[in-house]
Design a protein around this ligand. Sequence first.
Ligand code: SF4
Length: 181
Amino acid sequence: GARGLTVIREDLGDCKRCKLHSGRTNIVYGVGSPTAEICFVGEGPGADEDLQGEPFVGRAGQLLTQMIKAMGLEREDVYICNVVKCRPPNNRDPEPDEVTACSPFLIRQVRAVGPKVIVTLGKHAAHTVLNVKTPITRLRGTWGAFDGIPVMPTFHPSFLLRDPTQKKFAWEDLKAVLHHL
Ligand code: SF4
């Protein structure tokens, strides 16, 4: 719930646990309902997110918002967070030491929200939450679990912007989530 999320944010503080802290404008913690039934987990902040301090507010974020609306929900109904909370330089992938430093906070956030379903967006979120290395093309659309919570891995909205022909697969994954709920 909200209290748990506040305590975790306080523990994070002005975090310098990994090298990503040096390039950030804002820590991008997470946004949405502290008791959401669905928790979306992305990779890390981009330029827009770094400036605004909120996850998924740029172009990819607008697509995610559309996907959430297509599910009959609003952003306020779900919880949205990322594997790393500071923007990687030039939007490069987060490195293993950065994921190791930051992901314990993500895990705590997910436990505090206690969703009915976790939707991971892209490779890094799936690999972190499911603790596997399987390619995302094979992972997506297949239920996994974290702490007994069902996990649906799907594509990252940035990938869907680059290859819109894949959107139909992401929508199948989200329909499976709705069906589960
Ligand atoms: Fe801390 Fe995470 Fe930012 Fe690294 S990415 S400095 S662990 S908040």
